[in-house]
Unconditional design. Structure first.
Length: 297
């Protein structure tokens, strides 16, 4: 399998508009009228208000672009002047094509990576897998069977200079080749410098129901605490460990009969599903980050 797997050729006619602004009457009407007046057809519209009286409004629209009377760049400029500025909006308009390019980071645990690659190969994730980067060589062969480039960049343990060199090597690979990074059980803590210099969103899967059991070995932490549910959390990465805006979560019920290995086995299924859900939401521009929270349509 090679190349980019696109879910639907019609994606080439789709653009998406994400809006955050103070809520007040007339916003939906103004946005809809503007899009209609330039020959586009709205096919999906979702909105959420924190409070119609002085709250914040979040909107996501998908619209068809083949009959636009302006080029997309001119359309964006006109929207800024006619709608965006008057309503004090934070907003973005993004075409569905070309698809976002993903860089997948992994260590030795393969289940999340294989789930993403499998869904991509079936056309379920509208993206290009630009590369897979690992600090171990173990997964080279299965990754390349999917037609994805594999790069091994070892990270020396307990060696700050070696870790910095490894991050620099990864940044060189990412430069202008990836629109987002997905940490598919990459068992290294990224430095704040890497997060800043990558200049792209980074999605992580954490094997616990955050904010509980942050850091290393959360299943053992959960076992020792005697929890009755375990979970998995996909979130955007920030400089604060496991504290970025949460995108998706799920849980499974457990009991005193489950040992640490049982929890890990149950958790692997949760991790795969939750990460895939979060990645798809990101690829389809369904996420608006609001401080340390997200609105996911």
């Amino acid at each position: 399998m090679n190349g980019t797997h696109i879910q639907d050729d019609a994606c080439g006619n789709i653009a998406r508009l994400l809006i955050t602004c103070p809520d007040r009457p007339g916003i939906v009407a103004a946005v809809s009228q503007f899009i209609f007046s330039h020959g586009a057809n709205i096919t999906h519209l979702d909105q959420h208000s924190t409070d119609p009286e002085g709250g914040k409004l979040f909107m996501r629209l998908e619209f068809q672009t083949p009959h636009l009377d302006l080029g997309l760049e001119a359309f964006v400029a006109a929207f800024r002047q006619v709608v965006g500025a008057p309503f004090e909006m934070q907003w973005a308009i993004r075409a569905a094509l070309p698809p976002k390019r993903l860089a997948l980071f992994v260590s030795r645990h393969e289940h999340c990576l294989m789930e993403i690659l499998w869904r991509w190969s079936r056309g379920e994730l509208p993206c290009e897998v630009a590369m897979v980067i690992s600090n171990h060589p173990d997964l080279k062969e299965p990754v390349e069977r999917f037609g994805a480039p594999f790069h091994c960049i070892p990270v020396p343990p307990m060696d700050d200079e070696g870790k910095a060199a490894a991050e620099n090597a990864a940044l060189e690979l990412l430069r202008d080749r990836a629109d987002a990074v997905v940490l598919a059980r990459y068992m290294q803590i990224l430095s704040p410098e890497f997060i800043t210099r990558s200049a792209v969103p980074i999605i992580n899967i954490h094997h616990s129901f955050l904010p509980a059991f942050v850091g290393a070995d959360p299943y053992r932490q959960a076992f020792e605490r005697g929890v009755k549910i375990i979970g998995a959390t996909a979130h955007y990465v920030t400089a604060e460990l496991d504290a970025g805006p949460i995108i998706a979560q799920d849980v499974a019920h457990v009991s005193h009969r489950h040992g640490v290995e049982d929890l890990k086995e149950l958790g692997r299924d949760l991790e795969r599903q939750v990460l895939a859900k979060a990645v798809r939401a990101h690829l389809e521009d369904r996420i608006i980050v609001d401080g340390n929270k997200t609105v996911v349509f």
